[in-house]
Design a protein. Sequence first.
Lengths: 497, 639
Amino acid sequence: MDLDFSYLTAIIFLPIVGMIVIALLRDPQPKTIRLTALAFTLASFALSIAVFCLFDRSGGAVGQMQFEEKLSWIPAINAFYHLGVDGLSLPMVVLMTFLGVLTVLVSWKIELRLREYFIWLLLLETSILGVFCSLDLILFFLFWELELIPMYFLISIWGSGRKEYAANKYLIYTLVGSAMMLAGILSIYFITGSLSMMELAGLALAAPAIPLTAMFFLLLTGFAIKLPVFPLHTWLPDAHTNAPTAVSVILAGALLKMGGYGMIRLCVTIFPEVALRYAPLLVVLAVVGVLYGAAVTLRQKDLKRLIAYSSVSHMGYVLLGIFALNQISVTGATLQMFSHGIITGLLFAMVGLVYDKTHERNLDNLGGLARQMPVIVVVFSIAGLASLCLPGTSGFAAEFIIFIGSFSSVAVSGMQVYTLLGVLGIVLTAGYILWMLQQVFYGEPLEKFDGVPDADSIEKVCIFSFVGAIMLVGLYPAVLTDVIRLGVEPIIGLVGL
Amino acid sequence: MPHQIPWLIFLLPVFSLIIISFILRPFFNHRPKLSGYVTIGAIGIACAFSFWVLAEVFGAPGHKLEIPDIQWVVIGDLSVHVGLMVDSLTAVMVVLVTLVSLMVQIYSQGYMHGDPGYHRYFAFMSLFTACMLGLVMADNLVFMFLFWEGVGLGSYLLIGFWFHRPSAANAAKKAFIVTRFGDLGFLAAILLLFYHTGTFDIAELHGLAIAGVLAGTTLTWVAIGIFAGAAGKSAQFPLHVWLPDAMEGPTPVSSLIHAATMVAAGVFLVARFSPLFEHSEVALTTVAAIGGFTAIFAASMGLVMTDIKRVLAYSTISQLGYMMLGLGTGGMAVGIIHLVNHAFFKCLLFLGAGSINHSTGTFDMREMGGLRKAMPWTFATFLIASLSLAGIWPFSGFWSKDDIVVSAFAGNSILFYLSMITVFMTAFYIFRVIFLTFGGEYRGGAPSEHGGHEPQGPHESSKVMVIPMVFLAAMSIFSGWFNITGGFNEFMGHAGHGHEVHSFAEGFFGMLTHPVALLSLLLAVLGILLAYAMYSAKWVSAVAVGRVFKPFYTLFSRKYWMDELYERVIVVRVLVDGIFAALDFFDARVVDGAVNGVAEGTAAAGKAVRRVQTGQLQVYAMAIAVGVVAIAVCYYVFG
């Protein structure tokens, strides 16, 4: 596509420009810093919406990268500064820029080292956007690693509880995955001499020196840690529990999706045959993740930890959708990544609000807040209902599409049984979500929480935006699936079932 | 008729919800009555439109209207459309839902008067009514499921309406989770249907079942899955446990949702898929057996409850069992006509209970008594509804219950005997209620905490509550008469078993010559007499009877210990404190323990290796020498 304006570069780097502006401001007022961050994230969001609107949805666009930008970067190793979006990555870009704006609003009340905080936050946004837009493996890896730096500082400085432990664990765990991923990327490069995702797609690698399976699993491990896949998930509850609210929102909302995105974009696309061969293993892990995650969630007493474990369960559905390897299920998985991003993002935002106002996160000590927080209870309930897969919300649209797809999948024998086991997860989800809502909001109002404020106007703008997005996707999922299927169709074509 | 009319029936309550939530609640909070008016207006118009639709459907060829649909989502082979299915079943259901809902909303203005959650109440009621209408009109499975869960949400919100009471919050959660177990079956059936047929369209699925394309084991599993969903919603054994607890909600809610409409959605669902059920003998037998068993099982618990709403709740479960039995043995029309009749008289019974509660401040029948004089209208309407429920000729309940019993007679003999015993029990428990509440002397109502009611003593409720009750009482008499000529069966497209079309007068009196009808009538009268003997004339002491049948009394009043089994044993002991706790431990110690173990191991290894790096040159030289020798030896040996 020949466009004069480099949309994607602008979307990715606007937050970094904002970061530099904030860094250079002389003696800024806190308000100036917040507004600057808001302005740049809003600009990035507006551009991503523009891209979303301009995106070609016609039949001819199937499998086409759009808004491509390609510049020679390191000619010696054939690396390019190569960006582009297709149906798979575009929803992720929109999700991240949307969350970018909202996390600035979520962070509105941060006072500790404000300038530094927003610098890291904006850098984080850029790095995640870069991952979703890169079409060159080295560029992809660069952005992938860049994300660790702001995450480390955001958790260890602005976190709570065992924040240093959580930050270290996050960093080291993810680095182990990254190391394997790098090994995978290098093996691919040494065999093919190419770093372009588009050239590598479905490239039949004939009798390579390194077995394809090894390369597949090297890449997969990196993504599986990120997603996370059982049993590689234990960094997640610690990171979430101790991270500041905005970081939890981004972590659950967009960071985890890098794992799912990577699996589809690299593992399935480059090694379709290996993916098909090992699909049974991954589908089993997915179902275990769904049920195990939900079961452990039911035992949590800390609100944040509870939501964190629920993510393990919900991301199991993503894995199920991806390795059911048919068009409907992978579309569903992509929609689930988006949907989980806004639902769990909102849940973490709500937990943050409740905690800010009551200074309490333990479910045993909370209760009766419905009277004292009439707006928060409504929005929290909507988020919870979306999470428990209530029709009319994005959670249902996504999970239902995954179920439909995986039930009729022929990639793995006995897929119907696995799907039904996965469906069982929605009862457990209903269990922990309704139990949580009851513990926090129902019962007689407690005296100690008399006079706690409800959401203020900035918080309302933020949480209502989430609700709007959840309802929009829930009531009219085609707004995303019409885009997603353009990206998924050719990938599933490579699997050739 | 314009195609927008059926859509409007569904959309009007949606508008009402939107107006209340976004305009009235934020800006007119001090004028709660507006919410009631908006809801009543919206549902009233929807009701008028429903009658129009019914008339149109009646006149249409094949009793079916074609409404164009809208595309919702398309991915590869998956294509979902939004549309309405307007046939005779839908037309009857929309009329029923809007009419009952309208009556309950009018009544609610009096019942909920002065409640701080007045706006919220009507917003939730609008939401529920919209979802219920969507459910009965949906033309494909995905949308049906959407509204199916939507009515569940409405039920959850309204059971927990007084969420500050822990019992209400618990009941709401229980209702949602128990029905969701049934919904798993429904969802599995949807997945299975799509897998085998590639369509969600209900009419197409009917066609495939009739043509025999959808058949055999698949069809049976699909039907059983659908029935699992129906059993959850309609509180059939073993998923019945949520409905008695659901009485924690405001009484008009119990009336509309947990008696007349939502709980009947399960019956509707089975009726909607009757072409599928009718092609599977196993599924039909399952429906009939579960229904017949639930009918007597729930009635047995209704015999001993002291809370008036709980008696009515068990009665509802039992009657829903009847409807299932009717669907399983007699076909769609038999079940649906009883659904319609039951909706009117059971709705009325609950409104009566609410009226009594308004007057006495309690639901405990041991504190009532003698209300006949103080509340004549409530008494008269309650009596009519009770006669209808007991199946006394010529009240509406007689006709439809009789259809069911006759169908059971033609089919399975065990189920027939069970249903006959249930007839006796039904008459007994409902007249036990009548004699305990309206007969004898007033026993003082609730303790003084509800002081607001006390100074006046028991009194009749306001007009706004009485008028809907009178209307429903009229329906409780006449609504069964529509099928006396067999006209309803014909409209539903089902001839029914053993029912030929005959004239009104012939049917009206002719039914009394049918031996099965006479027998059931006799049993009902005996039940009433026994209740009279025990609770009004006191020829037999109820306490003495209780003592003689103590094991049964305990079994019934403890609800067969099923709540304990589910809540204490399965949920708490086995799952949360058992398996889930073990997994939680496993997660913290084994999975995360391994991660931390690797980290510690690495650190320890680093420490060890650090010790090797002593910085002493002679040690390094020594190591190099040993290495060189080792390589040399290896080269010699292997090379």
